[in-house]
Design a protein around this ligand. Structure first.
Ligand SMILES: Nc1ncnc2c1ncn2[C@@H]1O[C@H](COP(=O)(O)OP(=O)(O)OP(=O)(O)O)[C@@H](O)[C@H]1O
Ligand SMILES: [Mg+2]
Length: 183
């Protein structure tokens, strides 16, 4: 009943010279309110799977349902809105926008909801304080450490209180105690 994300026969292959299958007919139901870990060696397809779950990438075949709604890949704007409202993504490489400072990187994600600038700034400021980066709020990505970048990316993923948080090794460049705190 409480299936949040359902994968039906999901396959993904890439063609570089020859066809390489990365994911093969995956069937899985992610339930609401639980934490799942995807574990496997480097190159086994973890990031590929997360990119499918976040609707950033499209499966070669199969179906993905979110809250029982079957994703239609041609509905770009529907999927963009679904992602903005429901999904927070923390990428393996933080993917921050280089020309925007820490505060702006976080508040742009909030703007995507309803364009309320005042609300976006106050919410972004709150979450950046919470994650311990108050004194780096005006810094650009090139002026932040690896762990600080990751914390900005985490703030950006959480600002809209998403139903689904997808995290690709989000604490990989944090020291042990900061990682524990972030988790
Ligand atoms: N755009 C692409 N074109 C071709 N092959 C790709 C592409 N993206 C990923 N791959 C291949 O798919 C495989 C799985 O990649 P993926 O990034 O999902 O691995 P991963 O499990 O996240 O690994 P890691 O632990 O190193 O992050 C890799 O062998 C990679 O070479
Ligand atoms: Mg990966």
């Amino acid at each position: 009943m409480n299936n949040l994300i359902e994968l039906k026969n999901i396959s993904k292959h890439y063609i570089v010279n020859k066809k390489t299958t990365i994911l093969k007919k995956i069937n899985f139901k992610f339930k609401k309110g639980l934490i799942y870990s995807i574990v496997g060696p480097s190159g086994s397809g973890k990031s590929t799977l997360l990119n499918l779950l976040s609707l950033v990438d499209k499966p070669s075949s199969g179906e993905i349902k979110i809250n029982n709604y079957s994703i239609k890949y041609e509905d770009l704007s529907v999927n963009d809105q679904l992602r903005a409202d429901k999904i927070g993504i923390i990428y393996q490489q933080n993917n921050l926008l280089p020309d925007f400072n820490a505060l702006e990187n976080v508040y742009l994600a909030r703007l995507a909801i309803d364009n309320d600038e005042e609300k976006a700034i106050s919410e972004a400021t709150k979450i950046i304080k919470k994650i311990g980066l108050w004194n780096r709020i005006k810094h650009f990505p090139s002026e932040l450490s690896g762990g600080e970048l990751q914390r900005v990316a985490i703030s950006r993923a959480l600002i809209n209180k998403p139903e689904i948080i997808l995290a690709d090794e989000p604490t990989g460049s944090l020291d042990h105690s900061t990682a524990k705190e972030v988790f």
